[in-house]
Each structure stands twice: as structure tokens, then as C-alpha cells.
Ligand binder design. Structure first.
Ligand code: A3P
Length: 287
């Protein structure tokens, strides 16, 4: 089966799971509720990880929900059409929803609501590597003939959800809003517990230290990798082929070093500097 994209507001979306009608409805008519919490991310930035952490936080660390219910039913995908729409419609408040939408495509009703957004970002070099491998296991991202070609598509934004640079710059417009939390994959990797506590504070959810221990334990890479409700192995093979591949691939910082040549690194650094020069924010991956 070939992967097909359609264009919406100049951005590519995979036809397999997204539709122009759904995107139009979301942007103009979807009602964001004051008690909604959204995980927003560019693909491959740690969305599934954040879904697990939020699922555990809202159950005070109790693993039962994560052991028994697939992540996409616990925290439905806002953007997905078809079955995804039903899951969102049936979700009870307070809703936890996930989205990869760039800010300009996100429901307009967000601006007049008190909904909370947790934006998770990751070093674009590691996102690129993770997405490259994901393209080889899923029908949501077009495969390339080479890593070099894939890198060019990524840097031009010719991949689903558009340019990584535009996505993060768009959402960073909300950085000073009290209902917006910016978290990085690197923060979570380097200070798993501390970052979980930060998320609890943002959600105004007080957890005992023992409950935090449980959130840390059950959202570890190995726990999620071994849990079919969290490792996406229940997603149909015509979407993600997890029979021959593992969605929970490596789960590390810096895998780009195993993929980039020196020339590719320099090329990407140059583009990064050009595209990010107007954004006055330091990221953990810049160091
Ligand atoms: P890799 O392909 O680099 O391993 P998303 O959920 O946004 O698609 O992101 C997927 C990436 O997050 C994959 O990265 C996956 O392995 C990683 N990931 C998921 N859960 C994780 C965890 N508990 N710890 C570390 N990385 C995790």
C-alpha cells in the first residue's frame, strides 16, 4: 500500500487517518472545554510517553487503566478522522486529548477557553531519526530512497504536519500563557521524576511521593515497551506494522549521532540557525 498525503492550509496530512472535512470542522467548530487537557506535539517527540504519564497521574499512579485500556482510548487523538472522531465524542470530561496539529489548525475556541496545553518537544535531529524509522514501519509517513533524501524532505516540511520549525515556533507563541506547559523529551529523559512533578503542579494534581514513584516506574521505557496497551502493537498493521518493528524503538537522546554524517550535521545546524534565529528561547538540545 502506498502512503498518500493531502494538503490542508499548505501542510501535508496522511490520507489514511486524516481528512480535510475533519480538519476544517476542528479548526472552526470544535468546542474546546475549560477542563480539557491537550497533549500537543510534533510527531516522534514523546507523545506516547506523555500519554502514559498523564494516564498514570490522573489515576494516582495506579497501573490498572494503562494495563487494561489502549492508550488511544484513554487519551483519544483529536485530529484523527473516522474511529478517532467517535472516541473524542464519547470521551467524558475532564477530557485528555492528543494532537499533532500546528497552532494555526488547532480549534479556534482554544483562545476563549481555560483548557490546558502540554506541548512536548524533542531535538529535531532525534525527531528526524525517529521519523525516518517510523516511515519504514507505518503507512502514515512516506518512505525515502535514502536518509539524505528524507532529511531534505524533513527540513523543507514535506512530511506530515509540516515543518518542525514552524510547529514549535507557532506553539511557542503561547509560552507565557499560564495554561501552557512546555516540556522536552530531554527533560523527561534526564529528570523523569522532576518533570512528572512539574506536570502534576501544572495540572493542580497533588500526588503522594509513593504515587509519583509508581508514575515513574510504569512510564519507563521498558514498562511501556512490554505493555501492549502502550506500545501501539494494537494499532492495525495497515497503519503501523508492529509485527516486524517496534514502535518503542530506542528511546534515547542523541541517536542522531549514529545516523548523521559530519556534512549532514553541519547542513542541519545551518538550517536550524536560520530558521530559529527569531525565537528568543534556549532549548535543552542547544547545549
Ligand atoms: P525513538 O524512535 O527514538 O525510539 P511519539 O510518541 O511522539 O511518536 O514518539 C515516539 C518516540 O518516543 C520513540 O523514539 C519512542 O521510542 C520514544 N518513547 C516512547 N516512550 C518512551 C519512554 N517511556 N522513554 C523514552 N522514550 C520513549
Amino acid at each position: 500500500m502506498d502512503t498518500d498525503y493531502f494538503q490542508h492550509e499548505g501542510i501535508s496530512f496522511a490520507s489514511l487517518m486524516y481528512s480535510p472535512e475533519r480538519l476544517q470542522y476542528l479548526e472552526k467548530d470544535f468546542h474546546v472545554r475549560d477542563d480539557d487537557v491537550y497533549i500537543v506535539s510534533y510527531p516522534k517527540s514523546g507523545t506516547t510517553w506523555m500519554m502514559e504519564i498523564l494516564s498514570l497521574i490522573c489515576k494516582n499512579g495506579d497501573f490498572a487503566w494503562c494495563r487494561e485500556v489502549p492508550n488511544f482510548m484513554r487519551i483519544p487523538w483529536l485530529d484523527v478522522s473516522g474511529i478517532g472522531e467517535k472516541l473524542v465524542d464519547e470521551c467524558q470530561s475532564p477530557r485528555f486529548l492528543a494532537s499533532h496539529l500546528p497552532i494555526q489548525c488547532f480549534p479556534k475556541s482554544l483562545s476563549s477557553s481555560k483548557a490546558k496545553i502540554i506541548y512536548i518537544a524533542r531535538s529535531p535531529k532525534d525527531v528526524l531519526v525517529s521519523l525516518y524509522h517510523f516511515a519504514n514501519m507505518s503507512y502514515l509517513v512516506k518512505k525515502s530512497n535514502s536518509f539524505d533524501e528524507f532529511m531534505k524532505d524533513f527540513l523543507q516540511g514535506s512530511v506530515p504536519f509540516g515543518s518542525w520549525f514552524d510547529h514549535i515556533k507557532g506553539w511557542m507563541q503561547m509560552k507565557d500563557n499560564k495554561n501552557f506547559l512546555f516540556v522536552t523529551y530531554e527533560d523527561l529523559s534526564q529528570d523523569h521524576r522532576g518533570t512528572i512533578k512539574k506536570i502534576c503542579t501544572f495540572l493542580e494534581k497533588e500526588l503522594e511521593e509513593q504515587a509519583i514513584d509508581l508514575v515513574v516506574e510504569h512510564s519507563s521505557f521498558s514498562s511501556m515497551k512490554n505493555n501492549s496497551m502502550s506500545n501501539n502493537s494494537l494499532v492495525p498493521d495497515y497503519v503501523i506494522d508492529t509485527k516486524n518493528n517496534n514502535f518503542m524503538r530506542k528511546g534515547i537522546i542523541g541517536d542522531w549521532k549514529n545516523h548523521f554524517t559530519q556534512k549532514q550535521k553541519e547542513y542541519m545546524d545551518k538550517i536550524y540557525q536560520q530558521k530559529m534565529k527569531d525565537l528568543d528561547v534556549k532549548f535543552s538540545w542547544d547545549e
